[in-house]
Write a protein that binds this ligand. Structure first.
Ligand code: COA
Length: 371
């Protein structure tokens, strides 16, 4: 039996997370997303995903220090970032950057493992983005270090050239936690397929970035921002949305393959979007988003997924729209690595079947007889 888009198919076992499990909801290694987003740090969560358990205080401090030490970019990588056109999508910057790093610092050499590659990429993806961005937008060659010892603060600092505002840093830290892991989504499954061929970790991550780029997956947050920012007011949003729905257009940031009664991450990111908007004294995108949420519930019974309010939250943090999905990469690398390690731990080549719908067996005609 075939199922379109593998919907409802269980494609393997995993101890990394539960998504929409009855009575449990979204958990990372058994911890509820609500507890993690409220009480944890992104570094704790990344450590737990990659190394299997929450760190103690000393391990946490040491891990943060380790990530700080992994932020620098080798010179050939900087040259590549400079050579990329300014028009490059930053997802392509990360996909290409991770591929090059895989040639400069190959897995298996120098004691490098999937976990250490994960740490390196988690620490330096923000540096890659900022180096490329500042070089092409401001003609600057930046030092990719910063005084901020958090992944969120480091990214905000490098992108803006100023120390991160504490509220924005905390918001981005929580968003990174929300985006860090989500079971067998398209990009993670891509990483597992690549891993199942006994390929290397960099290849798995580069493939996962490619899968995440599309607007039905990670790219939805950018598309949601474009939509929200195209409306002048909540009234305008409602009127235009009704037209879009009549034209059967997809409303980005709504719906989900697994969650049918609500995305547990959405109220958390919505609250951050509200706090950031109120702190900035500008709630226009937030108000428009709330109206869109109301109309989607009333007209379609659909709820926002994480990407919808993440768009406003990112925007209020000062993250450029084209960087929304790349920030997702920074967060999700730890989840991808957890799955690479898990796949290797009990590997079998992932190779499903297809129901054939092509022509019946037929005679091969020489080229001159084909008409
Ligand atoms: N806006 C409007 N209608 C939507 C919709 C949306 N965002 N998402 C789903 N629908 C409609 C579909 O058109 C379909 O209607 P139909 O039965 O009349 O044809 C119905 O809801 C079922 O949708 P389906 O495409 O089967 O859901 P799916 O499980 O295959 O897809 C998504 C899930 C996430 C890909 C889909 O909801 C979507 O494209 N959302 C927008 C992109 C997005 O936000 N992605 C991020 C996901 S975290």
């Amino acid at each position: 039996m075939t199922t379109s888009g593998l919907m409802g198919i269980t494609a393997g076992t995993s101890a990394v997370s539960t998504v929409g499990k009855a009575g449990v909801g979204l958990t990372y290694r058994g911890y509820s997303i609500t507890d993690l987003a409220a009480q944890s740090t992104f570094e704790e969560v990344a450590y737990m995903l990659i190394y299997g358990k929450l760190p103690g205080q000393q391990q946490h401090d040491a891990y943060k220090k380790k990530l700080v030490g992994l932020r620098t970019l080798p010179d050939p990588l900087k040259s590549l970032l400079e050579a990329m056109p300014a028009s490059t999508h930053p997802m392509d910057v990360l996909r290409t950057g991770s591929s090059l790093l895989g040639t400069l610092e190959p897995e298996g050499e120098g004691g490098r493992t999937a976990a250490s590659v994960g740490d390196r990429l988690t620490a330096c993806f923000g540096s890659m983005l900022a180096y490329w961005y500042r070089f092409h937008s401001r003609n600057e060659r930046i030092d990719t270090g910063s005084d901020d010892d958090t992944v969120a603060g480091h990214f905000l600092n490098l992108i803006s050239g100023r120390p991160a505002d504490p509220l924005k840093r905390d918001a981005l830290d929580a968003i990174l936690i929300l985006y860090a892991e989500h079971e067998f989504n398209a990009s993670t499954f891509t990483a597992r397929i690549i891993t199942s061929t006994l390929s290397d970790t960099y290849s798995a991550i580069a493939g996962a970035i490619g899968a995440l780029r599309g607007p039905l997956h990670g790219g939805a947050n950018e598309a949601a921002m474009e939509m929200v920012s195209s409306f002048d007011s909540p009234q305008d949003a409602e009127k235009s949305l009704l037209h879009m729905l009549e034209a059967r257009r997809l409303i980005m940031g709504f719906g989900h393959r697994v969650y049918k009664d609500g995305d547990p991450r959405s109220p958390i990111v919505k609250e951050w979007a509200r706090r950031l908007s109120e702190a900035a004294g500008n709630t226009s995108y937030y108000d428009i988003s709330e109206r869109i949420e109301e109309v989607m519930m009333r007209e379609k019974g659909m709820f926002p997924n994480l990407d919808f309010y993440a768009a406003t939250a990112y925007h209020m943090c000062g993250v450029p729209t084209a960087m929304f999905t790349p920030v997702f990469v920074i967060a999700r690398t730890s989840g991808w690595i957890a799955h690479v390690i898990e796949q290797r731990g009990d590997n079998r080549l992932i190779r499903p079947l297809a129901d054939y719908t092509g022509p019946e067996p037929r005679e091969y005609l020489p080229i001159e007889d084909r008409g």
